[in-house]
Ligand binder design. Structure first.
Ligand code: ZN
Length: 120
């Protein structure tokens, strides 16, 4: 019985590591899609989106639910300040569905991550 728990813990750890590893790439990709389509930026990001990306990545690093963090949209903490929260919401609303065909691998990882809850 305890061996089962041990393996279950190992598998969970593996999955959470995988999710956390790919989250910065997912956020970056979503902001890039949004900035290119909505702000018509051809190369890289506009200053506003650059700031948003920087903010989002710093929030991710400081996530209090690590290592077993849930997806941000289902997080009970909500660590974003309100203007950034609105901005990232718009980005996710626009880019979320487009991720399925623009970055299917990241979308798949995120889709699996959504099934996992925070351990706390
Ligand atoms: Zn932009």
């Amino acid at each position: 019985m305890s061996l089962l728990y041990y393996f279950r813990g190992m598998i969970l750890k593996f999955f959470y590591r995988l999710f956390v590893h790919f989250e910065p790439y997912t956020i970056e990709r979503m902001i890039r899609i949004y900035c290119r389509d909505i702000h018509k930026t051809r190369n890289g990001l506009c200053p506003e989106c650059k700031e948003l990306k920087h903010y989002a990545l710093s929030r991710l690093d400081a996530c209090p639910l690590l290592p077993r963090k849930p997806v941000c949209s289902r997080c009970p903490v909500h660590c974003y300040k309100s203007d950034m929260r609105n901005k990232i919401r718009n980005v996710m609303r626009y880019s979320g569905p487009r991720m399925v065909y623009k970055a299917p691998f990241l979308a798949l990882i995120h889709g699996i991550h959504m099934q996992f809850k925070s351990s706390r």
